[in-house]
Design a protein around this ligand. Structure first.
Ligand code: ADP
Ligand code: MG
Length: 305
């Protein structure tokens, strides 16, 4: 048996958790069914070593981040996890300890977020390690949350804290590193979102850039109050020491928190989230400071090119 097949058999097969849909990875493809009255929500995210995480990152950290950033896309759509495909390209044959840590970490998150691996692809590359996950989830027909659904007057809410993952680039503190490698996909909000949110996006490019995406899709302007943006105590401490400008956190990205457009009457359904502003007629994002004056935005977010 070739090494590729023994890796699949010994390590990746366990990720199927013996689900019949995956057929023990003995077939060319998985067979999935979508419950009556539901539709499939599909999204892919690729992580390349050296671009999306440091080349020397631990196998477990890479695994957590790869699955969680994908689950965050499902959360943003209001979808419940179903299954995922794992596509991985190795620069050289992986060590057994690497595969062990990688798959155990994936399994732990599979159990935490109620999803299983339905298959994937294993290849060799001349470049650094590359990992691509395609995640699938379900929503009742017509109930997926879109970026385009925001309405003038909707409140802009954000979950969690902003900027911690960005600070992991410059600060090796365990707290910031954990926020980078193990973001918390907000799948817990799926039900209230489907009932009450008009639009949603997960923050991958940067808070401002991702709110801009809602603005464009919904044809609206966002007005945000800088003093309402939730920051963690460790992030405030770093800003307080003058090591980073708060504006950099707002365009830093990698938060994998959700931005929601919520009608004012439904704000109480999202008691864990923070109100940071509102949508109105117009376009673009307008940020105002403590003094009520508009703050100039240098850049809104991360771009690959
Ligand atoms: P093909 O010959 O079409 O490339 P493979 O031999 O690569 O198919 O795959 C055999 C089985 O193993 C398939 O069911 C596939 O989904 C599964 N598989 C391959 N790589 C992975 C992986 N990295 N993770 C999970 N399943 C995988
Ligand atoms: Mg293949």
């Amino acid at each position: 048996m070739g090494r590729e097949f023994s890796i699949i058999e010994r390590y990746f097969k366990r990720l199927t958790q013996d689900r019949v849909e995956a057929g023990g990875l003995a077939d060319d493809a998985a067979i999935l069914s979508v419950p009556e009255g539901e539709e499939l929500v599909v999204s892919s995210d690729t992580l390349n070593a050296g671009v999306h995480f440091p080349i020397d990152a631990a196998a477990g950290d890479i695994a957590h981040r790869a699955l969680r950033v994908n689950l965050s896309d499902l959360a943003a759509m209001g979808a419940q996890p179903l299954a995922y495909q794992l596509n991985i390209a190795f620069p050289e044959p992986p060590e057994e300890v690497w595969l062990e840590e990688f798959t155990q970490s994936l399994l732990a998150d599979q159990i935490a977020f109620d999803i299983f691996c339905s298959g994937g692809d294993t290849t060799r590359t001349q470049g650094p390690l590359s990992l691509s996950i395609t995640v699938m989830g379900t929503v009742p027909k017509g109930k997926a949350i879109r970026r385009s659904g925001a309405q003038a007057g909707d409140v802009i809410m954000v979950t969690g804290c902003i900027g911690d993952a960005y600070l992991a680039l410059s600060h090796s503190d365990e707290y910031f590193q954990a926020r980078f490698y193990t973001p918390s996909p907000r799948l817990d909000l799926c039900r209230p979102m489907r009932r009450h949110a008009h639009a949603a996006i997960d923050i991958s490019d940067g808070l401002i850039a991702d709110i801009e995406h809602i603005c464009e899709a919904s044809g609206l302007q966002a007005r945000i109050n800088l003093s309402n943006i939730p920051l963690s105590d460790p992030a405030r401490a770093v800003i307080g020491r003058g090591e980073v400008d708060v504006m950099d956190l707002l365009s830093g990205g990698d938060d994998y928190e959700l931005v929601l457009a919520v009608p004012e009457a439904a704000v109480d359904y999202f008691s864990d989230a923070h109100t940071i502003g509102y949508f109105t007629q117009g376009h673009g994002v307008i940020l105002s400071g403590e003094d009520g004056e508009d703050v100039k935005l240098k850049k809104s977010g991360w771009q690959h090119f």
